[in-house]
Design a binder for this molecule. Structure first.
Ligand SMILES: [Zn+2]
Length: 123
């Protein structure tokens, strides 16, 4: 990896935000996973029995689609930081506003393209 002025990362703040969000998601995932594996054999078991098979599946895949999607977006944002294309809309190439990056540092789109995407107009 190229070592060019690591300290001059203009997106340090966003990188930090991305990391803490990523950690937050992974932490809750790990916690749920651990809880799922560590279900006690007694007591609670009766209560849980009925829904057990369906429920343990839930626990093992406790990340919602939205959370999984978010983790993916965060990953991609890190990639763009490495490549130096972070902060630029992946669809139209326009700069993404600083305020927008602060609110959603993982976004790949500028506000215009985001709207298109939400209307299903982006491929
Ligand atoms: Zn755009």
């Amino acid at each position: 990896m190229a070592k060019t002025k690591a300290k001059a990362n203009p997106y340090q703040q966003h990188e930090d935000a991305l990391r803490s969000k990523q950690r937050e998601l992974l932490d809750s995932y790990e916690r749920d996973k651990a809880a799922g594996n560590a279900l006690p054999d007694d007591g609670i078991q009766d209560l849980a029995d009925k829904a057990a098979s369906a429920y343990s599946k839930e626990l093992n895949f406790s990340l919602s689609d939205g959370e999984r999607n978010l983790l993916m977006l965060i990953d991609e944002a890190f990639n763009r930081m490495r490549e130096g294309s972070y902060g630029v809309c992946t669809n139209c190439g326009n700069e993404i506003g600083e305020k927008r990056l602060q609110a959603v540092p993982w976004t790949p789109f500028c506000i215009d393209c985001q709207e298109l995407q939400e209307k299903g107009l982006l491929s």
